[in-house]
Design a protein around this ligand. Structure first.
Ligand SMILES: Nc1nc2c(c(=O)[nH]1)N[C@H]1C(S)=C(S)[C@@H](COP(=O)(O)O)O[C@H]1N2
Ligand SMILES: [Mo]
Length: 408
């Protein structure tokens, strides 16, 4: 190979390395051949549009990213810090002025389509703060391990959604008395590229679809939805696994039977109808569709690993959420769950919004501590200290969140 050709290849490798680092490599020309750069750590891995570089990327095909717990400290999650769970490839070249939502199905009185501006002008515009959490959030902890995205604790967020009530639109189309379920179809494509296959097509029982807070949304925190969170239109269902909240929403079907779209059947988003031993094989017919998500909490301050001076009260903060009920109590423990103290809990802005807790914690002496948090809701549901019921696909882990701090 000529020297010139070699130099050209080296220059282009350096340029692309520079792009992935987000900066140029100043002495790159001195880099010995074959030596790998250390890199700037995971904070630079994330170069996705509209998303914070500090998000933790699990995969890039499809794109999945979660929020480190300490970056969830805001009362409403900033758009660039909201987790992303894609099953397929997001649509490209979207023209929101041409976007159409079609409502049809065997239990729809007729088939009707709406542009986004028709939705905006024809129906009452509403806003709700609603928590969305992936059904698999916390999967990483299951033992024996469960296949799927190894989410830690950050596949959750709460934002102000703006849009219209799903029920207003469904009623405008007309719902036949035979209606039992709703299904969605989005504009994303299957990973295989096969246009005949859907990446995901889930839904909710008709009663859930008709709830006050069930929405067709075009905005998060008063801005357009981020590209990766379903721009320009999506469903939002509070309290249900976020997989029900269809992104890039193009079509809704009103069904006279439980929707049988992609990831509705088999073991997807299902848990054993009655508890099983860890690792036990469960027959598909003994798996039930996940509906309400369990009560849960997250410590967003301080960051795990923080070092705090002795003789200081440590302010702690976080959020707690439950499906359709109120959080009535959040407790914390610094002695591995032997004793618990109550934190202060804020009221929720509306049903399905997460609530905030805070406390000032004192530590008896210097050393390593774990801080655990446990929420209880108005039905008396609370969180297990360690792993809850094992299930084959690793859903619904609502074990207490733990962080570590050092008092010095
Ligand atoms: N069209 C479409 N909708 C979708 C998905 C998807 O891949 N395609 N993923 C679902 C899953 S599994 C989750 S957890 C949520 C994630 O929403 P987010 O990416 O906005 O956080 O979207 C749901 N809606
Ligand atoms: Mo999900």
């Amino acid at each position: 190979m000529s020297n010139q050709r070699r130099k050209f290849i080296k220059d282009s490798i350096l340029a692309s390395l520079g792009i992935s680092l987000g900066t140029n490599i100043v002495f790159g020309h001195n880099l010995p051949e074959g030596l790998e750069l250390i890199g700037l750590g995971e904070s630079m891995d994330n170069q996705f549009p509209g998303k914070n570089q500090l998000m933790t990327v699990l995969n890039d095909r499809p794109i999945n990213m979660e929020t480190p717990a300490h970056l969830l400290n805001d009362s409403l999650t900033p758009n660039d810090l909201f987790f992303v769970r894609n099953n397929g490839l997001p649509p490209v070249n979207i023209d929101p002025t041409k976007w159409k939502l079609t409502i049809t199905g065997e239990s729809a009185s007729k088939t009707k389509s709406y542009t986004i501006s028709e939705l905006k002008s024809k129906f009452e515009n509403v806003s709700y703060d609603i928590t969305l959490e992936c059904g698999g959030n916390g999967r990483k902890e299951f033992s024996p391990p469960a296949k799927g995205n190894q989410w830690s604790v950050g596949a959750v967020g709460c934002v102000k959604w703006t849009g219209v009530r799903l029920k207003d639109v469904l009623n405008d189309v007309g719902i036949k008395s035979s209606a039992v379920y709703l299904g969605y179809y989005g504009a994303d494509t299957h990973l295989s590229g096969d246009p005949g296959k859907d990446s995901i097509s889930r839904g909710v029982p008709i009663a859930k679809a008709l709830e006050e807070e069930s929405m067709i949304a075009w905005s998060m925190n008063d801005q357009d939805l981020p590209m990766l969170n379903g721009y320009p239109l999506r469903l939002v269902f509070g309290g249900y696994p976020a997989s029900c909240s269809g992104k890039w929403l193009e079509k809704i079907v009103i069904r006279d039977q439980v929707h049988d779209g992609q990831k509705m059947l088999g073991t997807a988003y299902r848990t054993p109808c009655s508890p099983v031993a860890p690792g036990e094989k469960v027959d598909e017919k003994d798996m039930c569709i996940i509906e309400d998500m369990p009560v849960k909490s997250l410590i967003s301050f301080p960051k795990t690993g923080a070092t705090i001076k002795a003789d200081q009260l440590l302010p702690i903060a976080g959020h707690a959420w439950t499906s359709g009920r109120e959080i009535t109590k959040v407790e914390y423990s610094i002695d591995f769950g032997v004793s618990w103290k109550e934190a202060t809990v804020s009221e929720s802005t509306n049903r399905y919004a997460w609530q905030h807790f805070d406390a000032k914690v004192s530590f008896p002496q210097t050393g390593y501590y774990e801080l655990w948090a446990r929420a209880t809701d108005s039905d008396g549901n609370t969180q297990p200290m360690l792993l809850p019921g094992w299930n084959p696909k690793g859903y619904l882990n609502n074990a207490c969140h733990r962080i570590a701090v050092k008092i010095s």
